[in-house]
Design a protein around this ligand. Structure first.
Ligand code: ADP
Length: 636
């Protein structure tokens, strides 16, 4: 049968070798999934054929009855999964089965721990597909031919999963792919009709292509009649009431190439409105390993009238919802749509805004009905969703409601709160939502900027993600309440804390006196720090720290400044304002100090301390250490 074989022995890409080992070991406890994975690949291949045949019907080669067929041979100890899908050429077989094209694979593999349970979990989200054959087989033979090329251009690919494989040219009459598994010793359980049928119904019932097995006689002999084992209808086209949770879950695993169950889903059939569509959208439980990679594809599977058109269509989901998986089936697009035409099709914005609404509805429902589940979602995807207010102006308010932050009132378990929670707890006269940005939660909690808030028992949101400052920059207000950084501008807390006119007057007088008293010192500090600060002034925020740095209301905060610098962007440096706490013992001492040299040394120390407290680095750390040591020595 082999024609002019051109047999070649090739090595797997190093990553494949590694992955194969891990797959075989970590997924062994759930070995029956090999069949689901191979059926999933076969169904994808048939989808591709059906789509390409729309513009080139010759690809059907007069065989348009699309099926996946499964046979087993107890004597030869083989299981064969055949499809009459798009097939592979020799080059494609080498490329697809011998290498992994995903970027970030090496990094992903380096995260695996050797702990089978954890690895199985990670591998699941990576998607191992074809390689799962080697869980049960010690040799896999793939015979394939691409649709539309001559029978003599078939390819036979074969491997024992030990690092090498062979490819040879063969003749293959029917287009498509046969995957032949030569079962390992001890895997005889799969050479059983009922076992195979039950795996198919368990995992692959939703596949919308007939999966067939040969009918057998009562004594187990094969007849020649093929029988469809699965339901073979498009799951999303069924009414919700006729789909079980398990079927929804298995369908998700197929389309998302995820081994884990989804976190939640939402299924809609919209007809008779201004646009007809059916969508089934899923939230994964776990972020895929490459969610932060720029070139990663995401998006939905697009069907037009049940015909698969394209995978990973990004146009239907904004970037901040790129974790959503699912299918969209619509009559609003033509069957012969290409990726290019899709870009500008007038139905896209309508479909997109409808789908976004479904996802936001789903998330909103979760925040109400299942807070714990939502917390899990937030943990995985919160940082992605945070891109929303900047990207999707129209939904800014809705997305803002979904954001979660730590706060000074959060319990020790670090429970996150929503902006609605915050607003509900605001003081009677409080007009703004206060927040602080810092590198981490401890830095935020111990920041001097919080002192006055703590004293007056005013809640402050603690923002510790690198992008938080950028995020709030796109949420100028929530519910009519502006968001205000505690480290920016001149704080006006008086109206919240004291309403008593008498007390207010007294405060003002005290402030006036302090101003007069410390004017000289402030000027001196200003001249010592010279070009490092924009201004030196008395503070309204400090109770237990001597100094802190604040920024102008509209200036970048230190966190944002670092973020921009880290991404190589030009940052115009804005000098900070040094605020001084006249009640503090150190400041009083400074005030009384007549030795100019000491005053200078101490001022520099205080300024550097203020920089450290806000998480910035020092221009001259060694100089700082030197000064501190000197101060110490004076105490001996
Ligand atoms: P994935 O399906 O996640 O891409 P796999 O390792 O399962 O990864 O398969 C790798 C590639 O091999 C597929 O993307 C596809 O191009 C090709 N392939 C696998 N099985 C088939 C098949 N039955 N028919 C045609 N191509 C296939």
């Amino acid at each position: 049968m082999v024609v002019d074989a051109h047999q070649e022995k090739l090595s797997f890409q190093a990553e494949v070798k590694q992955l194969l080992d891990i797959v075989v070991h970590s997924l062994y406890s759930n070995k029956e999934i090999f069949l689901r994975e191979l059926i999933s690949n076969a169904s994808d291949a048939i989808d591709k054929l059906r789509f390409q045949a729309l513009s080139d019907p010759a690809l059907f080669e007069s065989d348009s009855e699309l099926t996946i067929r499964i046979r087993f041979d107890s004597e030869a100890r083989t299981i064969t999964i055949s499809d009459n899908g798009i097939g592979m050429s020799r080059d494609e077989a080498v490329e697809n089965l011998g290498t992994i094209a995903k970027s970030g694979t090496r990094e992903f593999l380096s995260r695996l721990t050797g702990d089978q349970k954890k690895d199985a979990h990670l591998i699941g989200q990576f998607g191992v597909g074809f390689y799962s054959s080697f869980i049960v087989a010690d040799k896999v033979t793939v015979i394939s031919r691409r649709a539309g090329i001559g029978a003599e251009h078939g390819v036979q690919w074969e491997s024992a999963g030990d690092g090498e494989y062979t490819v040879a040219n063969v003749e293959k009459k029917n287009r498509g792919t046969d995957v032949i598994l030569h079962l390992k010793e001890g895997q005889e359980e799969f050479l059983n009709e009922w076992r195979l049928r039950s795996i198919i119904t368990k995992y692959s019932d939703h596949i919308n292509i007939p999966i067939q097995m040969l009918k057998r006689t009562d004594d187990g002999k094969e007849t020649t009649e093929w029988e469809t084992v699965n339901r073979a209808t498009a799951l999303w086209s069924l009414p919700k009431s006729s789909v079980t949770d398990d079927q929804y879950k298995e369908f998700y695993k197929h389309i998302a190439h995820d081994f884990e169950d989804p976190l939640a889903w939402t299924h809609h059939k919209i007809e008779g409105g201004n646009i007809d569509y059916t969508c089934l959208l899923y939230l994964p439980k776990q972020a895929p390993f490459d969610i932060w990679q720029r070139d990663t594809h995401h998006g939905l599977k697009l069907y037009v009238q049940r015909v698969f058109i394209m995978d990973q269509v990004e146009q239907f989901m904004p970037h901040y919802l790129r974790f959503v998986r699912g299918v969209l089936d619509t009559t609003a697009l033509p069957l012969n749509i290409s990726r290019e035409i899709l870009q500008d099709h007038p139905s896209i914005p309508k479909l997109r805004s409808a789908l976004v609404r479904h996802v936001l509805d789903l998330l909103e429902r979760m925040t109400k009905d299942d807070k714990e589940k939502y917390a899990g979602f937030w943990n995985e995807f919160g940082n992605v969703l945070k891109e929303g207010p900047a990207e999707d102006f129209g939904n800014r308010e809705r997305i803002s409601k979904l954001l979660r932050f730590a706060s000074t009132s959060s319990d020790a378990a670090g429970q996150m709160i929503s902006l609605d929670d915050y607003v509900g707890r605001m003081k009677p006269n409080q007009k703004k939502i206060y927040y602080i940005t810092a590198e981490n939660i401890n830095a935020a909690r111990s920041s001097p900027h919080l002192e006055i808030f703590r004293k007056n028992n005013i809640e402050v949101l603690l923002m510790t993600d690198r992008i938080d400052e950028w995020v709030v920059g796109h949420i100028p207000e929530f519910n009519g309440k502006p968001l205000q950084s505690v480290a920016k501008g001149d704080l006006q807390l008086d109206e919240i804390v004291s309403t008593d006119a008498e007390a207010k007057k007294e405060e003002e007088k005290k402030e006036h006196d302090l101003q007069q008293e410390f004017d000289g010192l402030l000027k001196k500090i200003r001249s010592i720090l010279d070009n490092k600060v924009k201004e030196v002034r008395l503070s309204h925020r400090l109770t237990s720290s001597p100094v802190c740095l604040v920024r102008d209301q509209n200036a970048l905060g230190p966190q944002m400044e670092r973020l921009l610098k880290a991404t190589g962007q030009q940052v115009t440096e804005v000098k900070p304002i040094l605020e001084v706490n006249p009640e503090h013992r150190i400041i009083k001492k400074l005030h009384a100090e007549s030795d100019e040299e000491k005053l200078q040394e101490w001022t520099h120390i205080l300024f550097d301390e203020a920089l450290l407290a806000e998480g910035s680095s020092l221009a001259d750390p060694a100089g700082f250490v030197h000064r501190i040591n000197k101060l110490w020595m004076e105490m001996f």
